[in-house]
Structures are given as structure tokens and as C-alpha cells.
Design a protein around this ligand. Structure first.
Ligand code: SF4
Ligand code: SF4
Length: 385
């Protein structure tokens, strides 16, 4: 086959995971939140019966795990009912929470309904740092209390550390905290620049020196903590050599259901103009997965252009992130500029270096109704080298 020969379509496997964004409401206001800038309001959220139907359909479709996320999923009063139904449908259930809205008693009720795992986000390791990011005073104490409750209840839990320029130098303390609190796993997740993170990129981007130090700490921790703490990490795309295998491929492993019932291949996919995302109130999940134009748009490798089309890594990273290509280049079919083979890669890296070394602008906090602020801060497409 020559480099430019058409690629035959591959058979579509069922999804493995469902990200159920139960609500966009949240007591915190993190400026890196990956939720869209235009948040879904409470009145447009799916009701309990529809979420239950979504979970049943997902299990029937072949989904194995459901991540109950938000916003803050604990703001849903029907969370216990949703967990119980997911478990009854045979799904592994992971609650992704800020810990504000779930105390030990509620966690015990969720555990009794079969919850399998809880992931607690830590904005920082000090009360002052957490308040600066999340604007919810006292939140660190609640996170610690919830982590302790998870251990008492025998629930495995993950500490999700969201890292950026203002806390990356405290990565050792995040690791210590995870050990002290009995976490099974820590996710050292440098901010990815989507949603509110994209709006606040210049305020959050770490410097190259911070990233270098992070890599050194990570290598040491992987050696010293092997067998005691599972460590996952995410590097900011802007400093990567190759892109991440975003969502393990478009329409290949995961479905996302937004609070209003829109179904997307990725939580950021709404930035791609011209794609219409199906509504779970109007179309069965099975049909959405196998037949909708939105899920077929970038599935497999047939849509790729060069350099991805003939690249030996195309089945590993799937050409990177379509949303990032759309946001930074205005073209969702382009190679993700996070890839060093993209003609826009050097400009992306330069942008990160310039933004990270400048005076950080004030945060635009995640709140309902700040769409106008986003418009003023929108960025021009990256130039080619
Ligand atoms: S990132 Fe912060 S604001 Fe966004 S859902 Fe999580 S806790 Fe809430
Ligand atoms: S050229 Fe495309 S497939 Fe190859 S490494 Fe870069 S993004 Fe991945």
C-alpha cells in the first residue's frame, strides 16, 4: 500500500467506558476546569429516569466502567440511586469528586449501594492553596476527611493532583500526602488546556524548568514507591514530543454523556464546529455509537492526512487530539500540534515558554455566565514554522 492509498474502515468495537457528567454545578471554581465555558444549567440536566436508562443501555452495549463525574456529582440528590442502578447493571463505578458535598456518612451510603472506587481531586496541599484555586474555604479539610473515610470503609481511592505553575513545585508533598492518607493510586495530572483551562492558559502554564524538575521527581518516586503507590502522570501537551492517545482514539473506547444528554466522543468535542452531537433523549446509545456521524467523524485512521497517515505511530496515538487541533489550528483534521512532526509544533512550544515566563494574568474563575470573558481572551491560530 502506498502512503496515500485509502485506508479501509476497521470494525467498530463496543465502548469500554462511559463518562457520565451528572451535572456542571460545582461548589468550587477551579480556573482549569475542563468543563465547557458554556455550562449546562440545572434546569437542562437529565432526570433520574433518563440517567438510569443511559446506564442500562451502556451496560447492554458492552461498557464495563462508568465514571460518575461533573461538576460535582454529589450535588445530585439521586446519586445513591444512580450508583445502585449502575452496580445492578454490572458496571464498575468510580465516583469523581471534589469531596465537597460528600461526607463520611454519604460515602458509607454509596459504598453500601456498591460503589467500587472514589477519586478525590486535590487542588493543592495547603488550605490556602486549595482556596486560591477552588474558592471554597475549608475544602482541604473535607478532602482529607473523605480520604480517611474511604480507607475506613475499605473503598480504594485515588488522589487526583491537578498540577500547574502555582503548585508544581510541591509535587513531593502531593506524593507524601497520598502515602499518609492511604491512597491506592495518585494521578499527577498537569493541567490540559481545554474548557476553562484554555481560557486561563497563560496563568497556569508551568515553565520548562518546572517541568524538568517534575520529571526528575517522577523518576525518583517511580523507583522508590514501586509496590506502595501506583503513580500515573500527565505532561502538558505543549511540552510533549508526541501527543497523548486522546480518549484512546475517537469513538474507540469511551462515550461521554453531558449533563443535558448530549453524547460526545470526548468531553471537549463541542469545540469542533460543524459536528452535531446526538441527544440521548432522542437516540439510543447503541445507535449513537455505531451509526452517528459525530462518532464516525474521526474514528480509525481513514480521516488522517500526512504526516499522520503514513506514520508508524498512528495506531498508538491516533493522531493526538482532534479538539486541540481545532482549538489551536482551526482544523480538526490536522495533526495535533503537540506532535513534534507537526509543522505547528515549534510555535506551540514557543507559546508555552512565552506564557509561562510572563507575569501570570489573574484567574478567570469557573462560574456560570462568563461567556463574554472567554470571547475577549480567545487566541489566534498557531502559525506554521
Ligand atoms: S475542576 Fe474544580 S470546578 Fe471543575 S468540576 Fe472539578 S472541582 Fe469543580
Ligand atoms: S504524525 Fe500523527 S500519528 Fe505520527 S506521532 Fe505525530 S500525531 Fe502521532
Amino acid at each position: 500500500m502506498t502512503a496515500s492509498a485509502p485506508v479501509p474502515p476497521e470494525p467498530v468495537e463496543p465502548p469500554i467506558g462511559l463518562l457520565a457528567e451528572l451535572t456542571h454545578r460545582c461548589p468550587l471554581q477551579c480556573p482549569y476546569c475542563s468543563n465547557p465555558v458554556e455550562l449546562v444549567r440545572r434546569g437542562n440536566e437529565l432526570d433520574t429516569a433518563t440517567w438510569i436508562s443511559v446506564l442500562d443501555q451502556a451496560a447492554e452495549l458492552g461498557v464495563l466502567q462508568v465514571h460518575l463525574s461533573g461538576g460535582e456529582p454529589a450535588l445530585r440528590e439521586d446519586l445513591e440511586e444512580i450508583v445502585a442502578r449502575a452496580v445492578a447493571a454490572g458496571l464498575y463505578t468510580n465516583l469523581v469528586t471534589s469531596a465537597v458535598g460528600v461526607d463520611a456518612d454519604r460515602l458509607a451510603r454509596l459504598r453500601d449501594r456498591g460503589l467500587h472506587h472514589v477519586q478525590i481531586s486535590f487542588q493543592d496541599v495547603t488550605e490556602e492553596g486549595v482556596t486560591r484555586i477552588g474558592r471554597a474555604p475549608g475544602a482541604l479539610a473535607r478532602k482529607i476527611a473523605l480520604a480517611e473515610a474511604a480507607v475506613r470503609l475499605g473503598l480504594p481511592w485515588t488522589l487526583n493532583a491537578v498540577l500547574h505553575r502555582h503548585n508544581l513545585d510541591r509535587v513531593e508533598r502531593f506524593l507524601e500526602l497520598a502515602l499518609e492518607l492511604g491512597a491506592h493510586r495518585i494521578e499527577l495530572a498537569n493541567v490540559q488546556y481545554y474548557g476553562w483551562g484554555f481560557v486561563n492558559r497563560a496563568a497556569l502554564m508551568p515553565t520548562p524548568a518546572q517541568l524538568e524538575r517534575f520529571r526528575t521527581v517522577l523518576e525518583r518516586a517511580a523507583r522508590e514507591l514501586a509496590g506502595r503507590l501506583a503513580i500515573d502522570y500527565v505532561i502538558p501537551d505543549y511540552y510533549a514530543r508526541y501527543p497523548k492517545p486522546c480518549m484512546n482514539g475517537w469513538g474507540r473506547a469511551v462515550m461521554v454523556v453531558a449533563p443535558d444528554g448530549r453524547v460526545l466522543p470526548c468531553h471537549a468535542a463541542h469545540v469542533i464546529e460543524g459536528l452535531e452531537f446526538p441527544q440521548v433523549r432522542a437516540m439510543p446509545l447503541r445507535e449513537i455509537w455505531y451509526r452517528s456521524a459525530a462518532f464516525a467523524a474521526f474514528r480509525g485512521t481513514g480521516w488522517m492526512r500526512e504526516p499522520c497517515r503514513s506514520c508508524p505511530r498512528r495506531e498508538e496515538d491516533f493522531g493526538g487530539c482532534r479538539c486541540q487541533a481545532a482549538m489551536l489550528l482551526g482544523d480538526p483534521t490536522a495533526t495535533d500540534p503537540a506532535c513534534s512532526l507537526s509543522p505547528h509544533h515549534a510555535a506551540m512550544r514557543r507559546l508555552a515558554e512565552v506564557e509561562s515566563t510572563g507575569e501570570p494574568p489573574a484567574f478567570v474563575y469557573r462560574r456560570f455566565g462568563t461567556r463574554a470573558t472567554m470571547r475577549r481572551r480567545e487566541l489566534a491560530p498557531l502559525p506554521a514554522d
